[in-house]
Design a protein around this ligand. Structure first.
Ligand SMILES: [Zn+2]
Length: 321
């Protein structure tokens, strides 16, 4: 048996082909085209899937099932996605399930948003049969995937887990990309950390080695200056504060046994992003704090979640041992 996993991100399309034991046999990837139409993206996904099949030496029609994890917003029937405005304003919807079903000649094709796929992958590969598990990605944005009482929480349209847009600062110091004030990702996501640093510095223009006026200034520069620049340390402390508030809200909502944190900002800076949450969470929650870990599956977790959907025929669960 052969299965395909697809991770459609804002930057890259990544695909894998595996056997029924989830052993990855081949991969292919390409950049995600930002238009001109949604169909352009669909065609690129299909081409990258065919390339991965070629690497393994199987025909697309030999594939027994596929899972797709995608950026963007699911439509109510979860067969297409709508691209968020920060990726492209004109691309429209991207058909995914039907064209891939046709290419692979199978109805076993499942689409989920990327953080839902992330928690599915985390359970399958890291926490088998976990009943209460949360996956958080702190990347260009912030998103959350939740398994509560054994069930993956998808929401009405498959769009549950948009907790990057949870208000963590009622005073609304920072404006989010979505237009609202005080949202978690307006402070702590990779795309927004530079603006947060600049806003703090404007309030308190102390001496700093951070290249905050450079167009190139990014979260990477901030974390590199940890321990050598007092202002950088101050900002990292504020990020830890807001991340802890976000995680505490999730703990109070779902009472998870474990929280796995991934996404580039966390994966590249675990000591400045994940460790402070670990050490501060006890004081921030009134329930038993969960185990907090950096995702063991790293940047592969969403792709592995997509593959899990294919192998489990969309049931999202670990096969019996
Ligand atoms: Zn927002």
């Amino acid at each position: 048996m052969y299965y395909v996993g697809v991770d459609l991100g804002a930057t890259n399309i990544r695909t894998v082909v595996s056997d029924e034991t989830a052993t990855i046999l081949g991969r292919a990837q390409d950049e995600t085209p930002h238009g001109p139409t949604g169909k352009t993206v669909t065609e690129t996904v299909l081409r990258v899937v065919r390339e991965a099949c070629d690497h393994v030496g199987v025909r697309p029609t030999d594939i027994d099932g596929a899972g797709i994890a995608s950026m963007g917003t699911m439509d109510p029937t979860a067969r297409v996605i709508t691209v968020p405005a920060n990726v492209s304003t004109e691309i429209g919807s991207i058909p995914l399930v039907d064209p891939l079903s046709e290419t692979l000649d199978t109805d076993n094709v499942h689409l989920r948003n990327d953080t839902v796929a992330g928690v599915i992958g985390e359970r399958f590969y890291t926490y088998p049969r976990a009943e209460n598990l949360v996956y958080i990605t702190i990347s260009s944005g912030i998103g959350v995937g939740i398994i509560a009482d054994g069930d993956v929480i998808s929401g009405r349209d498959g769009n549950a887990g948009e907790m990057g847009h949870m208000t963590i600062d009622v005073h609304g110091f920072m404006e989010c990309g979505c237009g609202q004030d005080g949202h978690w990702e307006a402070y702590c996501s990779g795309n927004n950390i530079p603006q947060f640093v600049r806003a703090l510095h404007q309030e308190n223009p102390v001496e700093t080695a951070l290249p905050i006026d450079s167009l190139e200034f990014s979260a990477k520069h901030l974390f590199e200056r940890s321990g050598t620049d007092a202002f950088a340390d101050h900002v990292i402390d504020r990020l830890a504060h807001f991340n802890t508030v976000g995680v505490a809200n999730i703990v109070h909502a779902y009472d998870p046994a474990a929280i796995s944190i991934g996404g580039a900002v966390a994966l590249n800076n675990p000591e400045h992003v994940v460790e402070p949450i670990k050490s501060r969470l006890d004081e921030a929650v009134l329930v038993e704090p969960p185990e907090i870990n950096l995702s063991e599956q790293g940047s592969q977790v969403v792709l592995k979640g997509a593959l899990t959907l294919a192998i489990t025929n969309g049931t999202e669960i670990q096969p019996p041992a």
